[in-house]
Design a binder for this molecule. Structure first.
Ligand code: HEM
Length: 436
């Protein structure tokens, strides 16, 4: 190599590196504030075992739009209701894609699922009446496999933050997801085939969600095929089981921790429905105090504290910042529900009465309370959940008296959370019913 080539080559390389460095520092100058990343891992070490709480603490220091580096991925955390409104409503389109976890790429589930597809025509199906859950004997098997997939999807997976590790799958998360999803798709495939045969044999129609899906698929075969059907059933189970049962468990735990709330709820049930009588869905709208309990439970324990993580497909301007393409967006509904500037200084207390004077609902219009998200990606199962959980809770309270197991004092009940795709009680509630 002659001297000229060496000199010009070096000048060219140095200039190129200088421009790249300038460009990247410019874009990072426009990033929202956040902690300084460490080499390679970035800020992964700051997530902690309860990431929703760790990120809420970071927001106290860096503000309601915080940026972090999770391995190679930029994450932006939204922790105030006004900015959540900007993101999930006003600039909804820019923030509507999903960050697809590596675990859910197993079995190509994400290609057909409502939850992971871009906003899609199939989503509207979920807003149809879905009041009849399956009453099939396979439900227990389904529940186990669903819990398995919720569990692996809730683990912090290095592959999500270091895509270079994709082929290695160091924590075997995709491997395990593959097994659970495989079982689920087999079960759903059988369920669909059995139903199709039954329909052919008896020329009959059942009044449930599978029938709605099958009819829609028959009318729009190009929009919904068997893969879509199986993935939609999976969405229904993943989205619907642990969220609703978890909410019921938190509600029971919170109110058994404050027996005066149980008394008020039982008094309302006795007056509106009649002591010991079964609760119908139609009763729910007249059970105001029960609805306050439901809202307060979802405020303090949103099952999906970051909603379902979203992603930006392009650089997006948000206020004075630029969120770089590919960033994961975490809307911290848990932190927003505890924000004392809105919820007052007793924001950490469980107090259903606060809703007597607060006309807020949970359906994506009031951004201080967004357990179901908002905008075009709002949970399509919320109408079902808002009937199902109060009916279950009301039935438990209107049929039995309850006491904590092992004579635990209500004030001593352990309310620790366990973080995952769905935040559950770290110590399952143990309560004993007795006749009313
Ligand atoms: C207490 C009960 C529930 C809670 C708190 C809840 C919460 C959520 C949240 C936070 C999201 C993401 C919204 C966003 O990104 O803005 C979501 C999405 C979703 N939920 Fe629910 N959910 C519940 C029950 C259900 C039920 C019963 C079903 C179905 C039967 C369901 C099906 C879905 C589906 C399919 C999505 C994905 C929607 C999309 O990405 O377009 N959920 N849910």
């Amino acid at each position: 190599m002659d001297c000229y080539t060496l000199v010009f080559g070096s000048i060219f390389t140095l200039s190129f590196l200088y421009i790249i460095a300038k460009l990247s520092s410019k874009s990072s100058e426009k990033l929202p504030p956040g902690p300084t990343p460490w080499p390679i891992i970035g800020n992964l070490h700051l997530l902690g075992a309860k990431s929703h709480a760790s990120l809420a603490n970071l927001a106290k220091r860096y503000g309601p739009i915080t940026s972090l580096k999770l391995g190679q991925t930029t994450a932006v955390v939204i922790s105030s209701s006004s900015i959540a409104k900007q993101v999930v409503q006003k600039q909804d389109l820019a923030f509507s894609s999903r960050f697809i976890l590596d675990a859910l790429q197993a079995q190509n589930h994400y290609q057909f699922s409502v939850a992971w597809l871009p906003v899609c025509p199939q989503c509207t199906l979920f807003s149809k009446d879905m009041d009849d859950p399956f009453s099939d004997s396979k439900v227990d098997e389904l529940k186990d496999a669903v819990s398995g997939i919720v569990d692996v999807a809730g683990k912090i997976n290095l592959v999500d933050y270091f895509p270079i590790l994709e082929k290695i799958d160091p924590q075997r998360i995709r491997y395990r997801a593959n097994i659970h999803l495989g079982k689920l798709f087999k079960l759903f495939g059988d369920l669909i085939n059995e139903r199709l045969e039954e329909k052919k044999r008896n020329h009959s129609e059942k009044n449930d969600i599978l029938e709605v899906f099958l009819n829609h698929s028959a009318e729009n075969p190009e929009e919904i095929n068997q893969n879509h059907l199986e993935s939609m059933l999976l969405d229904l189970f993943i989205g619907g089981i642990d969220t609703t049962t978890g909410t019921l468990e938190w509600a029971m735990a919170e109110i058994l921790g404050q027996p005066e709330i149980v008394k008020k709820a039982q008094a309302e049930l006795a007056e509106v429905v009649g002591k010991g009588k079964p609760i119908e869905e139609a009763d729910v709208s007249r059970l105001r105090y029960l609805q306050f309990i439901m809202k307060e439970t979802l405020r303090t324990h949103p099952p999906a504290p970051f909603l379902i993580p979203r992603r930006v497909d392009q650089d997006v301007e948000l206020y004075d910042y630029v969120i770089p393409k590919g960033s994961i967006i975490l809307v911290n509904a848990w932190a927003i529900g505890r924000d004392s500037s809105f919820w007052q200084e007793d924001s950490l207390l469980f107090k259903p009465e606060r809703f007597r004077s607060l006309e807020l609902d949970v359906q994506g219009k009031d951004f201080a309370l967004i357990p179901f998200g908002a905008g075009r990606r709002i949970c399509p199962g919320f109408p079902l959940a808002l009937k199902l959980v109060p009916v279950m809770l009301g039935s438990m309270l209107n049929s039995f008296n309850w006491k904590l197991d092992a004579d635990i004092e209500p004030k001593d009940l352990n309310m620790e959370e366990k973080f995952g795709a769905i935040v559950t009680k770290a110590h399952p509630l143990r309560a004993i019913p007795s006749p009313l």
